[in-house]
Design a protein around this ligand. Structure first.
Ligand code: CAA
Length: 257
């Protein structure tokens, strides 16, 4: 597939996906969803790729869903097409991916970033769910994921007032794992992705599944699930290699088997 709204590059074992609609501040039109879904599927299916970084421009990760595309839609259009439901496909990516956010991550931009396994922010990053100012509410999971990430009081305040949150507050609130100077964002995100890419790929998928299970299961169910997945990894060559490499004081050479 040829992409018009995103750029996809393979850098070693890391796929770098960049939103590429600069004139619209990377607004998430339906075409972006189609292309991003295709790029993420291709990443998941490619054994040579072990981590993915999703980023935008200096000014905007993405300034939200495309308001111009949405404005004329009726209830029947939205309900009939189950508008935005397709974005959940991105969350079905089995392999790890990171959102690297500089500038605006508003509305759908914030929501897509929150779909990532972890978020790294530039000191210029601005997060927000301003949909209420447009007469709507978050529609790509913001009311759920923001609340899970930063707690009810702050999420409710942001969603009800439409106020934005800067990078330092996003860090102290637990929305992002770290904040770096804007000029170092991509280098830092790639460094993190390269570290993840060196890990045993099956363990990385299993780790994602276990952490994500904490959102869906009770504590007892989640701990049991974790233990079963942990046991299961003893059936992989990479567990044998990882533990042998430790004893032999060398770096593991992981095959994803
Ligand atoms: N949709 C469509 N176009 C957008 C857009 C969006 N979400 N955000 C920005 N643009 C366009 C602008 O219309 C403008 O295009 P024109 O030059 O053709 O007019 C261009 O991008 C540049 O934007 P601005 O001139 O507004 O740039 P600025 O620097 O003055 O302001 C901004 C930047 C504060 C981010 C401002 O653009 C803004 O408020 N954008 C909308 C943010 C928003 O409300 N997002 C939520 C959308 S709804 C949603 O996402 C629903 C959901 O839950 C999924």
């Amino acid at each position: 597939m040829t992409y018009e709204t995103i750029k996809v590059e393979q850098k070693g074992a890391v796929t770098l996906v960049t939103f590429d609609r600069p004139k619209a501040l990377n607004a998430l039109a339906n075409a972006v969803l189609e292309e991003l879904t295709d790029a993420f599927r291709a990443y998941d299916a490619d054994d040579s790729q072990r981590c993915l970084v999703l980023t935008g421009s200096e000014k905007a990760f993405a300034a939200g869903a495309d308001i111009k595309e949405m404005a004329p839609q009726s209830f029947g259009d939205m309900y009939g097409t189950n508008y935005f439901a397709g974005w959940e496909n991105i969350t079905r990516t089995r392999k790890p991916w990171i959102a690297a956010v500089a500038g605006y991550a508003l509305g759908g931009g914030c929501e897509v970033a929150m779909m990532a396994d972890t978020l790294i922010a530039a000191d210029t990053a601005v997060f927000g769910q301003p949909e209420i100012k447009l007469g709507v509410i978050p529609g790509m999971g913001g009311s759920q994921r923001l609340t899970q990430a930063i707690g009810k009081a702050k999420a409710m305040e942001m969603i009800l007032t439409g106020r934005n949150m800067k990078a330092d507050e996003a860090l102290t609130s637990g929305l992002v794992c770290k904040v770096v100077p804007a000029e170092e964002l991509l280098t830092e995100a790639m460094k993190m992705a390269e570290t993840i890419a060196e890990m045993p790929p099956l363990a990385a998928i299993a780790a994602k599944e276990a952490v994500n299970a904490s959102y869906e299961m009770t504590l007892a169910q989640g701990i049991n699930f974790e233990r079963r997945v942990f046991h299961g990894l003893f059936g992989t060559d990479d567990q044998k290699e990882g533990m042998a490499a430790f004893s032999e004081k060398r770096k593991g050479d992981f095959k994803g088997r």
